[in-house]
Ligand binder design. Sequence first.
Ligand code: PRP
Length: 177
Amino acid sequence: KGDPRLQAISEAIRVVPHFPKQGIMFQDITTLLLDHKAFKDTVDIFVDRYRDMDISVVAGVEARGFMFGPSIALAIGAKFVPLRKPRKLPGKVISEEYELEYGTDCLEMHVGAVQPGERALVIDDLVATGGTLSAAIKLLERVEAEVVECACVIGLPEVKGQCRLNGKPLYILVEPR
Ligand code: PRP
């Protein structure tokens, strides 16, 4: 924090009121991806933080974790592992359910993608309740990987002041405007 790049990153994220439903202030990171400088600064901040942490796996959460994770993985010399919504991955998977406002959803990971003892970073665009990231942490821990940290571009006030999830550190770049 105090990094002058963060304000421009925050301002590059479009806020769309009442999307996808009434009362939700949608944080649209597609406009951040359109701004080359802000997009590169976002990836660079994560890369500078994680490059010397001996991370071998970047696990990205569908869908918007896929937009940041691979760039970070390539730059820090790690592999990229997609954590996907149900029935998208063709191989043998393990699954973790998590609570939504109404009902549940699920994330899946390919068996064999991550080996025991690997050091993992989990990346997503946004954390709200933390349910999604908690499921991601559980998937990695079930295969005996070590989750070094979870990282998001935006943290909603629900997790404000919370710097850990399931006992794992949580790193957030900006809060909603
Ligand atoms: C959004 C966001 C995170 C999750 C955060 O994804 O991209 O993955 O919600 O919410 P939480 O902290 O309360 O779990 P969404 O469920 O909209 O899925 P999508 O990216 O596949 O559209």
